[in-house]
Design a protein around this ligand. Sequence first.
Ligand code: ADP
Ligand code: MG
Length: 409
Amino acid sequence: MPDLLDLLHSTFGFNDFRGVQRQVVDRVMAGDRTLAVMPTGAGKSLCYQLPAVALEGTCVVISPLIALMHDQLRAATAVGIRAATLTSADDNRVETIERFKAGDLDLLYVAPERASAGHFRELLSRAKVALFAIDEAHCVSEWGHDFRPDYRLLRPLLDSFPDVPRLALTATADAHTRDDILVQLGIPTDGLIVAGFDRPNIRYAISPRQNTTQQIADLLREQPGPGIVYVQSRAGTEKLAAQIAATGRPVRAYHAGLEPQIRAANQAAFVASEEMVMVATVAFGMGIDKPDVRFVAHAGLPKSIEAYYQETGRAGRDGEPAVAHMFWGADDFAKARQRLGEVDEIRLPGERARLTALGGLVETPSCRRALLLRYFGEHPPEACGNCDNCLSPPQGVDATELARKYLSA
Ligand code: ADP
Ligand code: MG
C-alpha cells in the first residue's frame, strides 16, 4: 500500500494532514465505519478522496446537491483523480457506468435518490466498491436542519454491502442529530470523530436590536475591512446596501432574486475588495473562499445555532482577528415561534429545540463561545476572553426570565 503522506503530497500537493483528517483516513483505511463531524472548511472531502485514490476500487460518494457534486468533480479532476458524477444532468451516463464497471474510477458521485434505486444496487454488485462516503450526513436525520427522506433509503443499500466501509461526514450536528446519524447509518458509537469547532480569532458579540441601521453603521465605522451583513429579506438587502452606499463605503447586495450575472459580478467584486461590505441573504457564502473577511453581522436572528456558526465562520479564515456581531429582536423570536406552528409533528421537537438553543445563546450572561462549543459537543473552558460577555460582563440580567419571555408560546 502506498504511503498516505506521500499520496497526500503527490496527489493533492499538501504537506500535512489537518486536524483530525489523519485519524479519519486511518479508520477508513482500516475498514472501520466512521462518522466525521468537522466544521466547514476543515477538509472533509480529503477524508474520502485520499482513500479513494489509495484503495483499489471506487469510492461511491452520496451527495445531496448536483451543483456541489459538479464542484467536487471539477476539483478532483483538476488534481488528476479519476472521477465522475452520475446524475440526471449528465449526458455521459453510459460511459460513466462502463468506466465504473471497468474499475476506471476512483470516485463516483451520486444523489441519494439514485442510490436507493434497485438497478443501482445491481450496478454496484457488478463493480468494485472500495468505500461509501455519505456527505452532508445530517440529511439522514429528522433532527437535523436539512432532512432529506431519500437519505433514509441509503441504509438498506449500505447493508447489502456489509464489508464495504462507510464514512459519513457532516459539519453541522448537535448531539441529538449526531446520535441519530450513527443509528440511521449503522455506525458504532466509537466510530464518531469530532473535530475542534473553536475559531479563537473570531470575537462574538450579540446585542438587542434598537436601531439596526445605526447599529450597523457604528459597526462599519469600527471595521474598515471587508465584511458581510446578513439580512432576512431580499428587499432588506437592497435597502440597507443603499444606506451604506450613501456613506461612501463600497457595498454590494446579494440575494437569490438577482439576475445570475449581477450576483456573480457582485460576488467577484466582494472577493477582490479589501474594504467592501456585502449585504446579503443567507443565499450568500456557500463555497466562497475569501480568507480576509473581517466581520460578519447578523441584522436579525439566524435560523439555528448551526446556521449562526456556519455564517459567522466565514469571518477570519486567515486567522487574523475578526468580529461576529448579531443584532436580534423579540419580534424575531415571535416570528420564529409562529413558524413552529407550520412545522409538521415529526420535525417539531427538533425545531423547538433549535429555537430554545438560539434563545439560550442570545440571552446568556456567560461566555458565548463556551455555549457554542458545548452545543457542538465539546468541553470548553468556562470563559474565552474574546466575546462580549467575557470582555464586559453584563450586569443584573436574569437570563432565565428573559428566555421564558421570548420562548414561551
Ligand atoms: P469541507 O468539506 O470540510 O468544508 P473541503 O473538503 O471543501 O472542506 O476543504 C476545504 C479546503 O481545505 C479546500 O480548499 C481543500 O483543498 C483544503 N484542504 C483540505 N485538506 C487540506 C490539507 N491537509 N492541507 C491543506 N489544505 C487542505
Ligand atoms: Mg464538503
